[in-house]
Design a protein around this ligand. Structure first.
Ligand code: GLO
Ligand code: MG
Length: 400
C-alpha cells in the first residue's frame, strides 16, 4: 500500500523500489531540466534495481491544467457542491501541486472580456502575465470561450446570421491578442457549438467555408499564432462539424497557412467518436500536428465525463502513453494537460485529487511503457500470436 496517493499531496511516488528511485520520479513530476536534477543525472548512477526509474527520466514531460478543472460540482440537474474560489487560489493550487503551466479561456485571463476596451484587455493580460511570471508558471494556450455568449446560441463561426459570425471571429482575434500578451503562440479552438441540432437548420457545406474563412482571418491577424483545433463529435450539439482529428487536419489543409493549423486530442472526445485515442495520437503525430493534449477518461458513450486519466480503462490509457512516447510528444515543448473534473461528490479537502491522481497514473503508465517487453512483443507479433500478446499486456499492467 502506498498511502501517498490517497492524500492529495504533491508527492508523486510512481514506484516502490526505494527512496532514490522515488526521488527521481518526484523530479520527473516537476521538471527535471532544473539544476537539481541535472546534478542528480551527472553525479549519481542509480543502482541496477532502479534502472526503470532512471529510464523514466530520459524524456521530459511538462504538466498543465485550466482553472475550469478545479470546478465546483454543478451539473445540469443540480447546483454547485463546493464553494467558489478565486483565480489566485487556483493558481496557488497549481503551483503547490507542482504543475508547469496553466491553460486559459480568454475570459479566464480577462474576466468579462466583451465589455472591455482593447487597452483594458492589454492591461489586464499584462498584469496576469506578471503574476504568472512571479509564480514561475507558463500560459500554455488561450481559447475563445465562444459557447457561453447569447450571440452564439446557434453557433459562432457557423451561425446563420452574418453579424453573429462576425462577433465570433472578432472575439477569437482578441483571444489571439491575449495569447500574445501572455507569451504563448498557441490558441486552442474547441468548436463547441459549430454543428447542428437538426440537419435541416444549417447548410453543412457552407459551414465548411465559414470555418475556413474564420481560421484564415485568425491566421492573418497574427503571423505567428498557431491554431490547435480540439474536435469533439457531440455535446452540446447533436452532431459537430469537426468531430475527429481527421476532420481537423483536413480543414487545416483548406486554410491560407496549413502549417499553422494543428490539433489537440482529448481522450474522452475520441472515445465519444467511437475511436481509440492512441490511434488518434499516432495519426496526428504522423502529420507533426499534435500541439496539445487533454488527457482524461470516459466510460462509454454517454455525456462527456472528463474522468481522471485511466479511471475507466487503464489499457486504453497505457496505449495513449505508449503512443506519446514513440512519437516523442513533449520534445518540442508540448504540454500534457489534464482536462479532468472532480466528481460532483468530491469534498473541498480532496479538491485536487483528480489532478494529482491523473498525473500519478500517467507517470506510472509511463514506467509501464518504458518497461514493456518490446523484444518478446516483437516475437509474438511475428508469430501472429496475438492471444499471448494480449495476455502479456494484461500481465504487465497487473504487475507482480
Ligand atoms: C469540453 C472541452 C473543453 C475545452 C476547453 C478549452 O468538452 O473539452 O473543456 O477543452 O474549453 O477550449
Ligand atoms: Mg478539452
Amino acid at each position: 500500500m502506498r498511502p501517498e496517493y490517497f492524500q492529495g499531496s504533491n508527492t508523486v511516488h510512481a514506484c516502490s523500489a526505494g527512496r532514490d528511485a522515488r526521488l527521481y520520479v518526484r523530479q520527473d513530476a516537476r521538471r527535471y531540466t532544473g539544476s537539481a536534477s541535472v546534478f542528480l543525472l551527472f553525479f549519481f548512477r542509480p543502482p541496477a534495481t532502479v534502472q526503470p526509474h532512471f529510464m523514466a527520466m530520459k524524456h521530459h514531460y511538462k504538466f498543465c491544467f485550466g482553472p475550469w478543472n478545479i470546478s465546483e460540482g454543478q451539473d445540469p440537474y443540480g447546483p454547485t457542491t463546493r464553494p467558489a474560489q478565486s483565480f489566485d487560489w487556483k493558481l496557488a493550487q497549481l503551483k503547490k501541486h507542482g504543475y508547469d503551466a496553466m491553460m486559459f479561456h480568454d475570459d479566464d485571463a480577462v474576466p468579462d472580456i466583451d465589455s472591455k476596451s482593447d487597452a483594458q484587455v492589454r492591461k489586464e493580460s499584462r498584469e496576469l502575465k506578471k503574476k504568472l511570471d512571479d509564480a514561475g508558471v507558463a500560459a500554455e494556450m488561450t481559447a475563445p470561450r465562444l459557447w457561453f455568449d447569447p450571440r452564439t446560441i446557434d453557433g459562432g463561426f457557423t451561425n446563420n446570421d452574418p453579424k453573429l459570425r462576425r462577433y465570433a471571429i472578432e472575439r477569437s482575434l482578441r483571444c489571439i491578442d491575449v495569447a500574445r500578451y501572455l507569451g504563448t503562440d498557441l490558441m486552442v479552438i474547441w468548436l463547441a457549438r459549430e454543428g447542428s441540432y437538426i440537419r435541416e437548420s444549417k447548410n453543412a457545406r457552407r459551414c465548411v467555408d465559414y470555418l475556413v474563412e474564420a481560421l484564415d482571418k485568425m491566421l492573418a491577424h497574427d503571423k505567428k499564432i498557431r491554431l490547435s483545433i480540439e474536435p469533439k463529435p457531440n455535446e452540446p450539439m447533436d452532431h459537430a462539424y469537426v468531430p475527429t482529428i481527421g476532420h481537423a487536419l483536413a480543414i487545416a489543409q483548406l486554410t491560407r497557412d496549413p502549417k499553422r493549423v494543428g490539433c489537440l486530442i482529448e481522450s474522452a472526445h475520441a472515445i465519444l467518436a467511437g475511436l481509440d485515442p492512441a490511434d488518434e495520437i499516432d495519426f496526428a503525430m504522423a502529420f507533426g500536428k499534435l500541439w496539445s493534449l487533454h488527457l482524461n477518461d470516459q466510460n462509454g458513450l454517454k455525456f462527456d465525463q472528463d474522468k481522471p486519466f485511466g479511471s475507466a480503462n487503464l489499457r486504453v490509457a497505457f496505449n495513449q502513453v505508449r503512443a506519446l512516447e514513440r512519437n516523442g510528444y513533449g520534445k518540442r515543448g508540448e504540454y500534457v494537460c489534464f482536462d479532468v473534473h472532480p466528481f460532483r461528490t468530491t469534498k473541498p479537502e480532496h479538491w485536487m485529487a483528480h489532478l494529482d491522481n491523473s498525473r500519478r497514473t500517467f507517470l506510472r503508465l509511463l514506467e509501464k511503457a518504458r518497461t514493456y517487453d518490446e523484444a518478446t512483443a516483437k516475437k509474438l507479433i511475428a508469430d501472429r500470436n496475438y492471444a499471448a500478446l494480449d495476455q502479456m499486456v494484461i500481465e504487465h499492467l497487473l504487475g507482480d
